[in-house]
Structure formats: structure tokens, C-alpha cells
Design a protein around this ligand. Structure first.
Ligand SMILES: Nc1ncnc2c1ncn2[C@@H]1O[C@H](COP(=O)(O)OP(=O)(O)O)[C@@H](O)[C@H]1O
Ligand SMILES: [Mg+2]
Length: 314
């Protein structure tokens, strides 16, 4: 039997007459990464706020690290770390001072506190900027500092609310690496994201949140089986070329009006090269060539019948 780090059952929350969470059940296995995937306004932050005791639910029960969030709030808070969508970094302090402040809050006095601060600065590659004001940090550095501050208290369960939104691809990859390290250290992570790729890269299980309800839950593989895969889109100058390509590329679908052929593909170099080689072999000319990987919109269209940005009122 594997133990659960977070168990939520029947979570409901409304602000006024706006239902934000309409009954959510979650079970996050200890030592795993659980991704809550959903567009803006789906209820991700509200879910995190409830699970981390920052907001109260209208109904439902939650156990975090084995403790009930209502009757054992203090124990829950001692077991978790939260890195919010909007960084809790103090801009007027340096990176080192921000960390030292957290060490003080956790009563890590004297050399013990200093040691933890130094270790975290090193671990997150922030040593050179340690003395600079956080207001001068890049978005990626700020996220790293925010997460480092969360780790001062040695939490077993970490909540990351949209940890990479707004980051450039390089900083995003750095953050992914950090998440993987934390899991390797035995921590449990619940993260929220708007990116299918991020959930796919990091999570053991993904739950798709749509207007306060989970519309799908499973491993990345299970989820991807429910959505259309990636494809290569080829546009041709005329019907003749289109027909010739359709004959030599197995499994392709033809859109005669648009002179477009879609070929199933994982988007990898191998599969792309195979398609191009085949067209070359049969001397078929292509006007336009694009690789399309499934994204959050594809997930939502497949699972809910509406796109992720389409707001439907309840
Ligand atoms: N404190 C609040 N008061 C009123 N409405 C809120 C409050 N917090 C969130 N909401 C509403 O709840 C919905 C979900 O918000 P949120 O949980 O922040 O979504 P996400 O994090 O997925 O973008 C939104 O429509 C938002 O406007
Ligand atoms: Mg949010």
C-alpha cells in the first residue's frame, strides 16, 4: 500500500453566488508529483489556497500529511511549503536577507540559520546575486528565490502555483530540474499549470480542472490517449501534389479544400525526417510544413467539447 500525502473529498467553494469549486476529489500519493492542469480562472489557485489552509472550503474534507486541515491546521502548516503564483519575495531586501528572514521565522538561530541560507543560495545558483536587491532579479531568479524561501522550513509537501508562468524557456527548464530534484529527495509536489507540456514532463498524475470540476484524471499516458496526438501539417500548391503525398504517407488525412495533409507524428526529429525523406523520394514538393503538438486547447476540446479560453457561464 502506498500512503497519501493529500486527500481531498467533495471540496466546494463559492464566492458570493459564483461557484468556484463544485466538488473536487483528489488523492496525491506521497513522493509523487501531481499536476492540476487548467486555464486561467479554472479554480487552480482557489484549490491550492484551500488545501494549504489559506482559504476555507464551504464543504468537503481535506487531509494533508495525515492531518485534517480544519482541526489540525497548525500541523498541516508545519508540514507544507507554498510557493504562490505571485512571489512572496520582499523586493526591498536582498536575496540573502529574504532567506535569512525565513530562517528567523523558522527559528533557525545563529550559525544554523546562516548555514541553511548559504546552502540554499548555492543550490539555487544565487550566490553571485545574494547581496543584490530582489527587485533587480529576473523573473526566473525571483521564482528560484521564492522556492528557496519555501524550503527553509524543510516541508515534506510543496505546493507550486504556476511555477513557470511567464518564464522564458531556459528558466522554465531550470525550474523543471529543481522540481525533479525535490522529488528525488522524497518530497511530494502538487503543482498547477496551464501548460500540457509541463504537466507531461513533471507529473506522475495529471488532473484537468475545468470551471471548478475535474474533467479528467490519470497518468500523462492515460490522458494523452484521450486527446488527439501531434501531427505534421503539409500544405501543397495543387491537388496533384496533395494526392501524391497522401498515397505515400501512411495514416494521413486529406483536406482537399485547404490543400492540406495531416500526418500523425510525435513531433520528434526522427519522425519529421522520415516524412521529409519520403516526400523527397517521390519528388513531391511541399509549400508549407508545420509541426503541431497537442496543447491545453486540444486537451479541452477533446475532454469538454469547448476550448480552454471559451468562458461558459454556469
Ligand atoms: N477572493 C475571490 N473573490 C471572488 N472571486 C474569486 C476570488 N478568488 C477567485 N475568484 C474567482 O474564482 C475563479 C477561479 O479563480 P482562481 O482559483 O484564481 O483560478 P486559476 O488560479 O485557475 O486562474 C475566477 O473566476 C475568479 O475570478
Ligand atoms: Mg491562479
Amino acid at each position: 500500500m502506498t500512503s497519501s500525502a493529500i486527500v481531498a473529498s467533495g471540496l466546494k467553494k463559492a464566492y458570493g453566488d459564483k461557484v468556484v469549486l463544485a466538488g473536487i476529489d483528489l488523492d496525491v500519493r506521497a513522493g509523487s508529483v501531481f499536476a492540476l492542469l487548467g486555464p486561467n480562472g479554472a479554480g487552480k489557485t482557489t484549490t491550492v489556497n484551500v488545501l494549504t489552509t489559506l482559504a476555507s472550503a464551504d464543504s468537503g474534507t481535506v487531509r494533508v500529511a495525515g492531518y485534517d486541515i480544519v482541526s489540525d491546521t497548525k500541523k498541516v502548516r508545519a508540514a507544507i511549503g507554498v510557493t504562490g503564483q505571485f512571489a512572496s519575495v520582499d523586493e526591498l531586501l536582498s536575496g540573502e536577507e529574504n532567506l535569512q528572514l525565513m530562517a528567523d521565522l523558522h527559528r533557525l538561530r545563529g550559525s544554523a540559520g546562516k548555514r541553511v541560507v548559504r546552502q540554499l543560495l548555492k543550490r539555487f545558483d544565487l550566490e553571485e546575486s545574494a547581496g543584490k536587491l530582489a527587485s533587480t532579479y529576473s523573473g526566473g531568479m525571483r521564482r528560484k528565490l521564492d522556492l528557496a524561501m519555501t524550503l527553509v522550513g524543510r516541508p515534506r509537501i510543496i505546493f507550486l502555483d504556476e511555477p513557470t508562468t511567464g518564464l522564458d524557456p531556459r528558466s522554465r527548464r531550470t525550474m523543471w530540474g529543481i522540481v525533479r530534484e525535490l522529488v528525488a529527495d522524497g518530497m511530494t509536489i502538487l503543482l498547477t499549470t496551464q501548460y500540457l507540456e509541463e504537466a507531461d514532463q513533471l507529473a506522475d498524475r495529471i488532473a484537468v480542472l475545468d470551471q471548478g470540476l475535474l474533467v479528467a484524471e490519470g497518468s500523462p499516458e492515460q490522458l494523452k490517449r484521450q486527446i488527439p496526438g501531434g501531427h505534421i501539417r503539409l500544405r501543397f500548391a495543387g491537388a496533384e501534389q496533395l494526392g501524391a503525398a497522401a498515397r505515400v504517407l501512411a495514416g494521413s488525412t486529406v483536406d482537399l479544400d485547404a490543400l492540406v495533409l495531416r500526418v500523425p507524428s510525435d513531433g520528434g526529429v526522427k519522425s519529421v525526417r522520415a516524412v521529409l525523406d519520403r516526400l523527397d523520394e517521390y519528388a513531391v514538393d511541399v509549400e508549407e510544413f508545420t509541426v503541431h503538438m497537442p496543447d491545453l486547447d486540444d486537451v479541452f476540446l477533446a475532454l469538454t467539447g469547448h476550448s480552454s479560453t471559451e468562458v461558459t457561464s454556469r
